[in-house]
Write a protein that binds this ligand. Sequence first.
Ligand SMILES: [Zn+2]
Ligand SMILES: [Zn+2]
Length: 257
Amino acid sequence: MDYSIPQIDCKDTVSEQEWHTRIELAAAYRLMVMHGWDDLIHTHISARIPGTEDLLINAFGLTFEEVTASNLVKIDIDGNVIDKNTPFGINPAGFTIHSAVHKARPDDQCCFHLHNTDAIAIASLENGLQPYSQYSAFALASMSYHQYEGLAVEPAEEKRLQDDLGNANFMLLRNHGALTMGVTIGDAFMHMYDLIMACEIQVKMQRSSDIKISVDQRIIDGIKAQASIVHTGQTGGQKTWPAMLRRVKRVFPDFDQ
Ligand SMILES: [Zn+2]
Ligand SMILES: [Zn+2]
């Protein structure tokens, strides 16, 4: 039985812009492994190649620690594979969520979609995320929810998903998972980090019968008013994201191949 995967190198055949996006997106997948946020071969992070309408996404069937800059698959907005030479395919049913949100949000480069268990737990509580931490305040300033409608996203659900998302950067998918958007890959990562931290803290707190102390709504409204915090690439792109790239390089030296 040969269970190895094809090793490919596309560095010299793609634009500098595309290669840069591939490195950052591969790093995002490796970060999911490092945080324990991956789900076997499932879930996705998708990113638009700046200056184009083309997207990059993981090859279906690979674990996230197998994702490299070169084996990410280039697709159009409808999920058709553009790469002529890739031996890999994508999960078309899984891509429908990403297709819907990228169509609705052309200014956002990246969409994280995960199945973190604490996020699913909070997503599936009627009252959803509560203002129990600073992380939750960031998320609640730009929050949305989407009802579970089954595995495949039909065209009618695509519209409902887009309407539910609106301008929000954070979405809890009822019974299903978490989704974040960002103008850069680093921003979408930081949003997912905030959302998962908020959900983990809430799950811990709900184990206690003690009275819960909430962040004041005025503080959340204040964060909402500071649109720059959630909408202009200031969350991940400044200091944290380069540090995350260095961390990935130390732990997974092959990710940028
Ligand atoms: Zn999912
Ligand atoms: Zn997905």
